[in-house]
Write a new protein. Structure first.
Length: 378
């Protein structure tokens, strides 16, 4: 896919976006190295010349260097708990720090040109190129950050060079424009190849954890979510009533479309905090965090009843209305889980599901030891 290099490209896949920003914040050794060099060089120029401009720039470099290190450490500390919106914010924080640092280094070159300080210009230019090389290593990750930073890095040097009367300075300044255009082109190729590899990796991972037909999490993904679910959770097993006649009468393509519509309705039932998974065939599982006590049991029953009601409403298959139904078995778990206890829970909820089907379908049955009580879904 094409990526706009001069815009803040936000990848539509939050997992890929997070991985890209994580990679941005792995640059602590590189940042520490250029920080040390920039502080040393700018302070040396300030001490040697006692110039107010050099002193101000050295102070700006020092403050920005500290800020960048702090942000890198804070991101590493909090990254696991960041929301998708927070990740975008931290990407902008990184870009702002990198751009400010580049602008300060460019200002150092500009001041050296103003003072006709040839040694200072060499020091500033060397620092700028070192920083540029470090930033280009990020080009495959977030090219818009690299291009913005290098533009701010080169602009003061470009202006300073063009203001000099000597032709070599002016030619050197013009070459910076060509250099930036080369960085832009390299960034485009690097970023496209890198993003495509990430997308392929995530697509393979998704195929391993998601059902190919409905795009719901599969059995393995459901079991992992159940094993790691904290606190009270509702586990609801769903089986469709009357799916086989629809499949036989209208064909497998219609049956596949019906399953996709079922998946969409179940996803809507569990909402953003829950999970709907396809176990295979016309069997589905729901998982949702609950409050404790009686309120949690009421929430679990309400979820199962809502799912049964949603699947009892008509479906449209090529403009043909189709009616099916659903049965549900449910339980509430609040205990730590192991492989053996997960198997036992699934057997219990499965037994409750088939108790509901034997009673005529369109019902919810609690999976409780010694209890065969059925509650009609309404």
């Amino acid at each position: 896919m094409e990526h706009g290099l001069l815009s803040r490209f936000t990848h539509p896949n939050p997992a890929i976006r997070r991985e890209l920003v994580d990679l941005l914040y792995t640059s602590l050794p590189q940042v520490m190295s250029i920080n040390a060099a920039a502080i040393t060089g700018s302070v040396a120029l300030a001490v040697l010349h006692r110039d107010a401009g050099y002193i101000a720039i050295a102070f700006a470099i020092f403050v920005n260097a500290i800020g960048r290190v702090v942000s890198l450490l804070r991101y590493k500390q909090h990254s696991a708990r960041l929301s998708d919106r927070d990740v975008i914010l931290w990407e902008n924080v990184y870009a702002a720090g990198a751009s400010a640092f580049g602008l300060a280094l460019g200002a150092l070159s500009f001041r050296a040109f103003q003072l006709d300080d040839a040694p200072g210009a060499w020091i500033a230019f060397g620092l700028s190129m070192s920083y540029c090389v470090g930033m280009v290593s990020r080009a495959a990750i977030r090219p818009w950050v690299v291009l913005t930073t290098t533009a701010l890095l080169f602009t003061p040097t470009l202006i300073g060079g063009l203001m000099r009367p000597e032709l070599p300075y002016q030619l050197g300044a013009a070459m910076l424009v060509l250099f930036w255009l080369s960085i832009r082109e390299a960034s485009r190729h690097l970023s496209t190849a890198f993003i495509e590899r990430l997308e392929a990796k995530h697509a393979l991972a998704r195929r391993a954890s998601h059902d190919f037909l409905t795009d719901l999490p599969n059995r393995a993904a459901f079991l992992h979510a159940l094993e790691t679910a904290p606190g009270h959770v509702a586990i609801v097993a769903i089986d469709l009533d009357g799916f086989k006649p629809v499949n036989d009468r209208h064909g497998h393509h219609a049956g596949d479309e019906l399953l996709r519509q079922v998946a969409a309705r179940l996803s809507s039932c569990v909402g953003p905090t829950g999970l709907a998974a396809r176990f295979g065939g016309d069997e589905f599982m729901l998982l949702k965090p609950l409050k404790s006590g009686t309120q949690g049991r009421d929430e679990a029953l309400a979820l199962a009843q809502e799912a049964v009601r949603a699947l009892s409403a008509p479906f449209l298959l090529s403009d043909i209305p189709v009616m099916i139904g659903a049965s549900a078995g449910l339980l509430v778990n609040d205990q730590p889980l192991t492989d053996s206890t997960i198997d036992a829970l699934l057997r219990r909820v499965d037994d409750a599901l088939y108790a509901a089907k034997r009673a005529g379908g369109g019902r919810c049955s609690w999976a409780e030891a010694g209890s065969t009580a059925l509650r009609q879904a309404s």
